[in-house]
Design a protein around this ligand. Structure first.
Ligand code: DC
Length: 226
């Protein structure tokens, strides 16, 4: 057993509810919650700011090595990320930043740098970590591993609803095309492609509510060690 409890990994493509579900699980267990896409998004943001071409692996790596990440646990379980002492906040969630993040995350060496930061944040346990390669690469020894899936159409519908609630009127077909493009890149890249980890519990969320997914995950976690 680790000092602060279990490491619980949640992997899967974008739009499967990993963050909402992970946060809810962490709150229930009194654990911290880290959305590791934030690190890739922060790197993407800094790459963009420094006007580095996202495909330039060497420059992206040099920048990744210079970034200093710290995490501060919030009352709602979220580990709030500071990058070089600064909270980058909602701008990390712009569609463009997500796309650059998907590109910079194809560089193996830069991934290794961010992977190490994630391990430091989680090695003592008491953490739910969400991403694409947590159970496969970052914590292959995580005590409980989940893989959430959902059809691209269902995820596009969810994203459209989310954007509409934020006052934007997006085009469904464009959103679906972006999701399919990103899925393809994330699951076909040579470095740590997206796939279920060995021993992962796979939950198809297409027809489930988030409450049902949380309930099912908590039930599986309660069986750990028994
Ligand atoms: O989950 P997200 O949309 O915030 O992630 C942004 C990008 O970062 C996504 O395209 C894939 C990449 N990513 C990754 O490669 N490995 C992770 N553990 C988390 C995110």
């Amino acid at each position: 057993m680790r000092k602060n409890g279990l490491v619980i990994s949640i992997d899967g493509p974008a739009g499967t509810g990993k963050s909402t579900v992970g946060k809810a699980i962490a709150q229930k267990l009194g654990y911290g919650f880290l959305s590791t896409g934030e690190l890739y998004r922060a790197l993407a943001y800094k790459v963009f700011e420094a006007k580095i071409p996202p495909q330039d692996g060497e420059q992206v790596l040099a920048l990744a090595q210079r970034l200093k990440f710290t995490f501060v646990r919030q009352p709602d379980a979220v580990l709030k990320m500071h990058v070089d002492g600064e909270v980058l906040g909602p701008k990390l969630h712009l569609e463009d930043v997500g796309n650059v993040a998907s590109q910079v995350s194809t560089h193996k060496e830069a991934r290794a740098v961010l992977t190490e930061k994630m391990r430091q944040a989680g090695q003592d346990g008491g953490i739910v970590m969400e991403g694409r390669d947590i159970g496969t690469v970052v914590f292959p020894d995580a005590e409980v591993k989940f893989y959430l899936s959902a059809s691209a159409q269902e995820r596009a519908k969810r994203r459209v609803k989310q954007l509409q609630e934020a006052g934007v009127n997006p085009d469904y077909d464009k959103i679906l095309a972006l999701i399919e493009e990103r899925d393809y890149r994330d699951s076909h890249r040579a470095a740590s492609p997206l796939k279920p980890a060995q021993g992962a519990i796979i939950i198809d969320t297409s027809t489930l509510t988030q409450e049902q997914v949380v309930e099912s995950a908590l039930e599986k976690i309660s069986r750990y060690g028994s």
